[in-house]
Every structure is written in structure tokens, then in C-alpha cells.
Design a protein around this ligand. Structure first.
Ligand SMILES: [Zn+2]
Length: 325
């Protein structure tokens, strides 16, 4: 699964501002947390919030609680290298070596008076890495803060979780998320039809940063073909093998669409928001409800195994063959 890092100005993310100020106060207070765990749904902006907190914690001249942008610390952040920051991006499995480096980092004298370790996608730590982190968390060095981020907190060992202060990051409301997407795309010079944005947000499970990563991945060009392929598959106009091959060219997006279409087939209120998809919904609604439920469960399982199984194409093809009988 891809994790595109979407560059967004933090102050343009309205629903995270309260979280930011509340958390920054904790770090600047008398009893700052040694380790903070930001958790919640994927794509609500936890990574963006973690980055903002780091800048805020390390800035020497906060202005209204926000990083000043001009002090040495802020300039280091902008340059991409800060001597008091050790960041693990968690783009792939996090191995023990990356965690062991923290011990060396902990021994350095901070330039700004504090040091921060950030571990994004912390649930990607393997067992050795998690055990190694636990050792540091058990005897936290002074002046060193940990910020962990995870969309699958349940995958982390309870021993690690119990050493962290949990903080749940809420998703914005649908309207708030839509406004944010609209505002951002307009600023980038893109005029996107409201219904298109609404659908993009819906297939992103209302997670705006997920929606943004799809946009950056040429969503606008892909969506038409993709919907046509799904329509043609379901109406038996193309073979499952051919259709699935086309779908898997945009694997994440295709799974998102299939989940969205299936779940919406159970909710009339949701379907009515997307008149353009009526033809696909009609085909789905002609299939028995029980069957749609069963297919939904099977799709969840295929999706779960996507990163570990080698032949997602076979599994998805078999899924369509089952569905179409
Ligand atoms: Zn600053």
C-alpha cells in the first residue's frame, strides 16, 4: 500500500488546530509526556500533526503558539535536517537498527534544549524493533520526547503502548473535509466539481489526506476508466481476467471503489448522493443482499492479505467469478 506524503501547510488544516495547541501545551508544561502516541484512522492528518508538533516543540520563539519560521530551529526544520530531531518515517517495516540509533541520538547534547524522536507508522516496527524501543522508553533520557503515530494501534505490543500517553486524532466532519479539499485544490489552480470531490472523499472513507494522496496520484485521470471497467465487469461485458488486470493498475484505488460501491448498495441515502453511479448501483441491487454481504466479507479478506499474498489478481478474479456466478 502506498503512503504518499502530501505537502500541506499545517495552518490550512482546521480540524487539527485544537489538537495541536492542546498537545503543545502538554509538552511545554510542567510535566510533559515522555512519549505521545497519536492514533486514529488513516488519512485524518496524524502525520501532519506530528510534524507540526515537532516544529512547535523545537522552535525557540513561538508566535501565538505557532513556530516562528525564522529562528535557527525553524530554519533547520525547513532545511530538512535538524540536529535535535530523529525521525523514522516508517515507509516500510521498521527494523531494530533504526531504533538502536535512538540510543546514540539520546546521548547527544541538544542544540535547542530538547530533542524529539518521531516514529511514523509505528505499527510497522517488527518485534525486535519494538523490544528495543521498549528499553529506551523504560528509562527515558531527560530532554528527549517521543512522538509515535499509528493508524493500527492494535498491532503494537501492549508493553510499548502502556509507556505512551495515548491521543486520539478525530476525523473532520464530511462537510469540513470537503471544504478543506475544495479550498486546497482551488489554491492549486484545480477546479473540481463538487460531486467529484464528494465521491473522492467517500471512497477515501472520509479521510481527507487519503483523498489528497489519490489526487496526487492522478485520480482525476484514472477514475473514469476505472468506473467503466467496474461497470463492464459487473455487466459481464468484459471477462474477469481482463477487467481485473485493468483494475490492478490502480490497485489501492480499485479496492477503495469496490468497497465504496458494495457498502453503498446497502444505503439508499448514500447512493442518492451520486446520481452518476446509478447504472452500477442498479446492477449491484439486482444481486441478492445476502450475496453482496458475503462478497463484502470476502473482499475484506482479500484486501487484508494484499500486502502478503503474491497473487492478488487471482484472488480478485475469483471474487468476480463468484459474484457473477
Ligand atoms: Zn522558530
Amino acid at each position: 500500500m502506498e503512503d504518499k506524503v502530501v505537502a500541506v501547510n499545517f495552518q490550512e488544516v482546521p480540524w487539527l488546530q485544537k489538537d495541536y495547541h492542546e498537545l503543545l501545551m502538554r509538552f511545554k508544561g510542567q510535566k510533559p509526556p515522555h512519549a505521545l502516541m497519536l492514533y486514529g484512522k488513516e488519512g485524518v492528518g496524524k502525520v501532519c500533526l506530528a510534524d507540526a508538533l515537532v516544529s512547535g516543540i523545537l522552535c525557540r520563539e513561538l508566535k501565538d503558539g505557532l513556530p516562528c519560521g525564522v529562528c535557527q530551529s525553524c530554519r533547520w526544520i525547513a532545511s530538512g535536517f535538524h540536529p535535535d530531531l530523529y525521525e523514522i518515517k516508517g515507509e516500510a517495516e521498521i527494523k531494530v537498527d533504526e531504533i538502536r540509533n535512538i540510543q546514540q541520538f539520546a546521548r547527544l547534547t541538544p542544540e535547542t534544549g530538547k530533542k524529539v524522536v518521531v516514529i511514523k507508522h509505528a505499527d510497522r516496527m517488527n518485534l525486535n524493533a519494538a523490544n528495543s524501543l521498549l528499553k529506551v522508553l523504560e528509562e527515558p533520557p531527560t530532554d528527549l520526547f517521543f512522538i509515535l503515530e499509528s493508524s493500527s494501534i492494535e498491532k503494537l505490543p501492549i508493553t510499548v503502548r502502556s509507556r505512551c500517553q495515548d491521543y486520539f486524532v478525530h476525523a473532520p466532519s464530511v462537510e469540513e473535509a470537503l471544504f478543506f479539499l475544495q479550498d486546497l485544490t482551488v489554491k492549486k489552480g484545480q477546479q473540481i466539481n463538487a460531486e467529484v470531490l464528494r465521491l473522492l472523499l467517500a471512497i477515501s472513507f472520509d479521510a481527507p489526506f487519503k483523498a489528497l494522496s489519490y489526487l496526487e496520484d492522478n485520480y482525476l485521470e484514472k477514475r473514469g476508466n476505472l468506473l467503466q471497467t467496474i461497470h463492464d465487469l459487473l455487466s459481464r461485458e468484459i471477462s474477469p481476467a481482463k477487467g481485473v488486470a485493468a483494475l490492478l493498475e490502480s490497485e489501492d484505488l480499485s479496492f477503495s471503489y469496490l468497497f465504496f460501491l458494495l457498502t453503498s448498495s446497502f444505503e439508499e441515502a448514500r447512493r442518492s448522493l451520486f446520481p452518476n453511479l446509478e447504472a452500477i448501483f442498479m446492477i449491484l441491487l439486482n444481486m441478492p443482499e445476502k450475496m453482496r454481504l458475503l462478497q463484502y466479507e470476502k473482499l475484506v479478506e482479500i484486501n487484508r492479505l494484499r500486502s502478503s499474498q503474491t497473487r492478488t489478481d487471482w484472488a480478485l478474479e475469483a471474487w468476480f467469478v463468484d459474484f457473477l456466478g
